[in-house]
Ligand binder design. Structure first.
Ligand code: MN
Length: 253
């Protein structure tokens, strides 16, 4: 039986994680290692400035008082250290993780952490709205995981999977879309007259562009985007190359 590590950023009690683990049950040996509370937008944070606790809830279920990245590390390097997982599955997140927003995502970062540990990893996120169903998404997720166990992506590549709200019109292999950022800070006054702030006011909108994850979701398709951690902008290297000589020599007053 393949060994499957399941994590998320919505916390251990989230419906998306429960449905995902249940759908994966027939195809592998499941170990859930998830945050003890919601960690959405935790990004790739790793807890280094305080101790972490690992608490067992059930035979195959553990919680961590930390981030999704902490969960993957403790899952792989502690709980499964003698018999590493064959795949790491993150989600199913409540809400999509598309385009420029992927770097905020704890769901996706858990998968990236898996890839850093040389384990095939996949992240699942569901757009939420009328006729939305975690069951439908979990069913698809299990079918994809079977494929990935058979033919894993090359090391360092993760799959970012997003589900549309309703019935699936099909599947699209996509690139990341571009978000149109709106003025995102909402300022209010508390009862004592002091300001407080909420980040992220309006609903996100996206540049219409063919082949993107956003377009796939808009047209009712499941979006699968292969991602890697290398953020290098290779085309810019020649442009900045002269700085090596200009700034690399003795300092000029
Ligand atoms: Mn989340």
């Amino acid at each position: 039986m393949p060994r499957i590590l399941v994590t998320n950023d919505d916390g251990v009690y989230s419906e998306g994680l429960r449905k995902l683990a249940a759908a994966l049950q027939p195809i592998g040996e499941i170990l859930i290692v998830a945050p003890d509370r919601e960690q959405s937008a935790a990004s790739h944070a790793l807890t280094l400035n305080r101790p972490l606790r690992l608490l067992q809830l059930e035979k195959n279920e553990w919680i961590v008082d930390g981030t999704p990245t902490d969960c993957v590390n403790l899952g792989v390097l502690k709980l499964m250290k003698d018999d590493r997982p064959d795949i790491i599955v993150s989600g199913i997140n409540y809400g999509p993780n598309l385009g420029d927003d992927v770097t905020y995502s704890g769901t996706i970062s858990a998968a990236f952490e898996g890839s850093l540990l040389h384990i095939p990893s996949v992240a699942f996120s569901a757009t939420v709205g009328e006729h939305f169903s975690f069951d439908r998404c979990a069913d698809f997720a299990a079918r994809l995981v079977v494929r990935l166990l058979d033919a894993a992506p090359e090391p360092g590549i993760i799959l970012n999977v997003n589900f549309p709200v309703g019935e699936f019109a099909g599947v699209r292999i996509t690139k990341l879309g571009r978000r149109i950022y709106t003025e995102g800070i909402v300022e209010r006054l508390d009862p004592r007259g002091r300001s407080y702030f909420w980040i992220g006011g309006g609903a996100p909108s996206w540049q219409p562009q063919e082949g993107t994850d956003f377009e796939a979701i808009e047209s009712g398709h499941v979006s699968i985007t292969p991602l890697h951690l290398d953020l290098t902008h290779h085309e810019s290297i020649p442009r900045f190359k002269p700085l090596e000589a200009i700034l690399g020599g003795p300092a000029q007053k």
